[in-house]
Design a protein around this ligand. Structure first.
Ligand code: FE2
Length: 191
């Protein structure tokens, strides 16, 4: 049983104009697929073959490929066509309780994502006490399997996520990303 490369949850052109078809072709079809391929190559014929993705990450098996495989799956679901705008449901109340307002949260999240040095990920996460936090992880760093923090949303701030559409203007990509946020996914992850 190989680890699967999950299909995008929408069409390649569904996030345009915020994220183009060309970006998704490269990002999902080359980068994400490449991590899955490397992971499967690393575990094939070893005692790790047949383990699920979360187990491989927890055991640190081919960590970069495994965590990048998981993070990208979470990232695709953190966006949806026609998403964005103000949150609704329980996530809206949780954001207000933790950050004061959606505007304050957005500013905090964009600040962390824009200021993140080099490659990585910006997350909205819930701690054990129910408080929401903005968290950054470097390179393939992940919140998958994290005992203290439950990931609710993630934004990929690797340059491959935005270079085709925005060159090196990460801030422009982040502005666009807010038009895609999948609040239904965040509400589901809130549990
Ligand atoms: Fe990526």
């Amino acid at each position: 049983m190989a680890i699967e490369h999950p299909a995008l949850p929408y069409a390649l052109d569904a996030l345009a104009p915020h994220i183009s078809r060309e970006t998704l072709e490269l990002h999902h079809g080359k980068h994400h697929a490449g991590y899955v391929r490397k992971l499967n190559a690393a575990i094939e014929g070893t005692p790790h073959a047949g383990k699920d993705l979360e187990t491989l990450i927890a055991e640190g098996v081919a960590f970069n490929a495994a965590a990048q495989t998981w993070n990208h799956g979470f990232y695709w679901n953190s966006m949806r066509p026609g998403g964005g705008g103000a949150p609704s449901g329980r996530i809206a109340a949780a954001i207000d309780a933790s950050f004061g307002s959606f505007a304050s949260f957005r500013e905090a999240f964009s600040g962390v994502a824009a200021g993140h040095f080099a490659s990585g990920w910006a997350w909205l996460a819930r701690d054990a006490a129910g408080q929401l936090e903005v968290v950054e992880t470097h390179d393939a760093g992940t919140l998958a399997g994290n005992d203290a923090l439950t990931p609710l949303l993630v934004c990929d701030v690797w340059e491959h996520a935005y270079y085709v559409d925005y060159r090196n203007a990460r801030g422009a990509y982040l502005e666009a990303w807010w038009n895609l946020v999948n609040w239904d996914f965040a509400n589901a992850n809130l549990g």
